[in-house]
Design a protein around this ligand. Sequence first.
Ligand SMILES: CC(C)(COP(=O)(O)OP(=O)(O)OC[C@H]1O[C@@H](n2cnc3c(N)ncnc32)[C@H](O)[C@@H]1OP(=O)(O)O)[C@@H](O)C(=O)NCCC(=O)NCCS
Length: 173
Amino acid sequence: MEQPKSKPQPPNNSEGATPVTIRPAAAADLVSVLAIEHDSPSAAQWKNSDYAKALNEPTRLFLVAEEEADNRVIGFLVASTATEEWELENIAVSPAARRRGIGRALMNALIQQAQHRGALEIRQEVRVSNSAAQNLGRSAGFLPEGRRKGYYRNPREDALLFKYLTRTRQVRT
Ligand SMILES: CC(C)(COP(=O)(O)OP(=O)(O)OC[C@H]1O[C@@H](n2cnc3c(N)ncnc32)[C@H](O)[C@@H]1OP(=O)(O)O)[C@@H](O)C(=O)NCCC(=O)NCCS
């Protein structure tokens, strides 16, 4: 299904921020995606081939955030969309571009797609120590769901589970 481009909401502290476009990822973006992941140790660490595969899978949503001024890719998000329960698998923003609302813009685009395509919920697991990702999720409307003990390795750590209920789900229940 064609994924529409969307403009991020301006961040709260948007003074001087340059506009960004959220669009589906393409093969030419993979170098930037891997560089951002490399600079983001708390992101899920995937192989190049995993991202390449995700580009062509109909059951994955793979978005990038592109700086309009110079077309640089400065963030990305990958989600599994196989069932009515979507899962946010990875999200990262280039360290130099953080706290500009890019992460929230990617999350908003994910939520918009999930609503549009009839998903009931979006799940996310986050390391207990990753307060930036937890706060980003909360600010986008994700709710805490529980905790999975010792879920992560290197270092071993609990996962906090979050869930976003789409409008479809809210109407059904
Ligand atoms: C998590 C991440 C994607 C957030 O991206 P971002 O573009 O900086 O986020 P935004 O600017 O859109 O921030 C939105 C909200 O998230 C929260 N937030 C973002 N970064 C935060 C931080 N370092 N500390 C606390 N809260 C934070 C805030 O509530 C923020 O709203 P505010 O700026 O109005 O206070 C980014 O920090 C990142 O790439 N981290 C490394 C990768 C990672 O850990 N991914 C998650 C794997 S589960």
